[in-house]
Design a protein. Structure first.
Length: 336
């Protein structure tokens, strides 16, 4: 007879670590609990997507990015917005799926949330892992007044918390409040997240590089040179190429095994494809808290001051030594 290892629940962990939250009043704990609840509801729909009609496929509309919206995109977006607005825990929400931020009228909360409700949703139709990314800031305008754009355009180094949910073979919620990175796995039989990956750390080195090499001809020369380095027969190289096409999935694998994720600029994406506020900032915060590094090829992601709600930037994140190495190649070609 085997015995199952017991773990601390996510709810218990959040309460136990409230002392890490500056100006803690329990509000941030309730906010994280709302995200936890919404993630379980999205997980339920993702896992029965092949059985339920009218949940997979294109919706027939485009989001503000000009990307075709998936039905699951809109479902996840609506669900997270409802979960966050009904608990009196946020004064404003910004989503990759909405053109403008959403002010929550009458709320006196000091927090705003930015999110990518269903990252990698184009993979859902073919049963490949998708995820949710979230970022939390303390507002900079006075509490009790209507939330403003400046509350959302803060640099990533001002994040109070950030995390992601990966809906895969098992569902995991991974987050940080600036005191390390911890991962929780959902037990679907009782609907509870348990601490399964405490104090997650990026290996300093790795042997995996994740990039869409189909866009090679459009890459900056520094990235092309780095890929040649990765593929050279020398030392522990050539490295292994692994690219899922879902940032959450590629990042999660690389953090556990060691590797680098790259989505550079190119002639087709002159400013990169990933959104600074919804994807790069929260993933960069997690990366640094796990001992890795995240840059745009030249500067630290968390120091970039956003000027637009849906601003895009090139993105390099992963094992510290690998990010340093690609930075050496990029430095040979000054930023234009």
């Amino acid at each position: 007879m085997t015995t199952q290892k017991t773990h601390q629940t996510l709810g218990e962990f959040i309460i136990q670590n409230q002392q890490h939250f500056e100006y803690s009043t329990g509000e941030l704990s309730r906010l994280l609990s709302a995200i936890k609840l919404a993630s379980k509801l999205v997980n339920r729909e993702v896992n029965k997507a092949g059985l339920v009609e009218d949940i997979l496929g294109d919706l027939g509309t485009e989001n503000i990015q000009g990307e075709v919206q998936k039905k699951l995109d809109v479902f996840a977006n609506d669900l997270f917005i409802r979960a966050l607005t009904k608990r009196d825990v946020v004064c404003g929400i910004a989503s990759e799926e909405n053109e403008f931020f959403i002010p929550i009228e009458g709320k006196t909360s000091k927090y705003v949330v930015l999110m990518d409700p269903l990252d990698g949703s184009s993979n859902a139709d073919v049963n490949v892992t998708v995820g949710t990314i979230f970022s939390i800031y303390k507002r900079v305008t006075p509490v009790g007044t209507p939330v403003q754009l400046e509350d959302f355009l803060q640099p990533g180094n001002q994040q109070v918390a950030a995390g992601y949910v990966v809906y895969g073979l098992s569902t995991m919620l991974v987050y940080t409040t600036g005191h390390g990175v911890n991962g929780f796995t959902l037990d679907p039989s009782i609907g509870t997240y348990y601490l399964s990956h405490p104090n997650m750390q990026y290996p300093k080195d790795g042997t995996i590089y994740s990039i869409n090499e189909g866009n090679y001809v459009h890459f900056p020369q520094g990235v092309k040179d780095y890929l040649k380095y990765c593929q050279a027969l020398e030392g522990d190289r050539p490295y292994t190429s692994r690219y899922i096409g879902s940032l959450v999935s590629d990042f999660h694998r690389n953090m556990l095994k060691g590797g680098i994720y790259i989505y550079p600029s190119g002639t087709r994406t002159p400013k990169g494809k990933l959104r600074l506020l919804y994807e790069c900032n929260p993933i960069a915060f997690l990366t640094e808290q796990a001992g890795g590094k995240a840059t745009d090829g030249y500067r630290r992601i968390l120091d970039i001051k956003a000027t637009e709600l849906h601003q895009r930037v090139p993105f390099f994140c992963g094992s510290a030594n690998m990010v340093d190495k690609v930075g050496e190649f990029m430095a040979k070609y000054p930023e234009k």
